[in-house]
Ligand binder design. Structure first.
Ligand code: FE
Ligand code: ZN
Ligand code: FE
Length: 166
């Protein structure tokens, strides 16, 4: 009822990802702590700084459309984070832990990628070209973070294969 048109839907989705980014900021330090491989831990720390930038950019977009920055509960991101916390609480083995953390982090990145992709196309449709450009910067970083996690996943697999040979 409160969402009557694409402008409303755009604003709703902006609030959704704003909430999600803030949840991710809360989750990343724990993930960095749990990671066994120093490179994975460093990647989480680096993405934390990027994520703070994502929040800033969203605030710029709110401003561009004349709205106050405000979050709206996003059950999807809460569930992804909660699932990862439950799963990792059951894991002791370091290599298995890193596999679980990479999988969870990639689920988060993919969630963000789908949201930003949608927001960018709607911004285009609504003639919000400046907003689209700002959101595109973040999307590029989310995609890069996802690629980096894939590389870290590969090096984890290679390292564990080496351990088996020893
Ligand atoms: Fe983000
Ligand atoms: Zn949501
Ligand atoms: Fe991200």
């Amino acid at each position: 009822m409160s969402i009557q048109n694409l402008d409303d839907l755009f604003l709703h989705t902006l609030k959704d990802i704003y909430f999600a980014e803030k949840q991710i900021i809360k989750a990343l330090p724990t993930m960095a702590e749990k990671a066994a491989a120093p490179e994975l831990s460093a990647a989480f720390d680096a993405h934390l700084s990027e994520t703070e930038l994502h929040v800033d950019r969203l605030e710029q977009v709110f401003e561009l459309i004349g709205e106050q920055p405000q979050g709206e509960a996003c059950p999807a991101i809460e569930a992804i984070i909660q699932e990862s916390e439950e799963l990792t609480s059951e894991i002791e083995d370091e290599n298995t832990m890193d596999a679980a953390l990479i999988a969870a982090a990639q689920a988060v990145e993919h969630y963000e990628i789908t949201r930003y992709g949608t927001l960018i196309s709607w911004a285009g449709e609504l003639g919000l070209d400046d907003a689209a450009e700002i959101l595109r910067e973040t999307l590029d970083e989310e995609e890069e973070a996802d690629r980096k996690l894939s590389v870290l996943g590969e090096s984890r697999i290679n390292a564990s294969a080496m351990n088996e040979v020893e």
